[in-house]
Design a protein around this ligand. Sequence first.
Ligand code: TXA
Ligand code: MG
Length: 314
Amino acid sequence: MKNYSNIFKPTKKNLIKAAKILKNSGIVALPTETVYGLAANAYSAKAIHKVYQLKKRPKKNPLIVHFDTLNSIKKETEPNLYLNKLFNKFSPGPITYVLKLKKSSRISRKLTNQSGTVACRVPANSYFRKMIKLTKTPLAAPSANVSNHVSPTSAKDVYDEFGKKIKFILDGKQSKIGLESTVINLIDKPNILRPGKISITEIKRVIKNVKKNKSKKILSPGQLKKHYSPGIPMYLDKTKPKIDGAYITFGKTSLKGKNIFNLSKQGSLEEVGKKLYQKLRFIKKQGFKNISVKKIPNQGIGIAINDRLKRASS
Ligand code: TXA
Ligand code: MG
């Protein structure tokens, strides 16, 4: 039996306890609407160092910093032509803006890969924003998984990644979206570095000249292939499971059995996105040897799902 004594309910007392840990350059895992994050004081080099060590994350892969307001982002970053419009439409929510860091900013350069830029997000999750208010500092938070593993969408998933190596995991139930935020670079010509729930089509309605990032040069190391791996082979665009394998599908199907996982009987891709990581973890735990997945239409949130599936299967 697992002993989940480091998972805490989001009571006022527990939030204050978590804030204390953060203020002392400690690490806590917090829920967001996308996935759970491993939070650290963004001003503290010591705290940031701990995050990289815990995650076994390459130093060159920069972290996202979470804020509670647009003004607090502006305090740390150079003025940007696109930020106001996008922020008013999509934030707080599952979108991250890459901006130029002000020279005067106290944000630890350790988390920026010395790039002179910083990725900024205001999460919709109210507990997370409450933690920013209580600590009075922006919080760096990569997804709360060991590098290259699937992102966690529940407190227990975080426990499975780190066990007691983190003192405090805040239980905010299952993440509503289940896929990491859209990352958009707003320096020079806006371009999407990582697709997410907020699609390029939606973004184009607000700023016209946005591009998918096609450049071979990796701007966002999270774009590296082999990422989000469930730890067993995955096969995409399949119509049935392979031997000893599980099958992930959605919508109507005639397939039946313990190895068939229908993520959305209504065929909603939002629902597929929400349950995907949770099911990949479950399937691996059940001892299946591989996972086949039905073809996902490449539109809307389907673009983000396909992006993660491609990395998981490479
Ligand atoms: O939904 C999310 O974004 C979650 C929750 C916890 O907020 N966080 C998350 O963080 O997914 P992480 O560290 O797993 O992914 C951050 C991505 C990586 O692909 C990283 O390379 C990119 O953002 N990134 C961070 N800072 C950057 C920067 N200054 N320039 C370009 N890409 C950056
Ligand atoms: Mg991650």
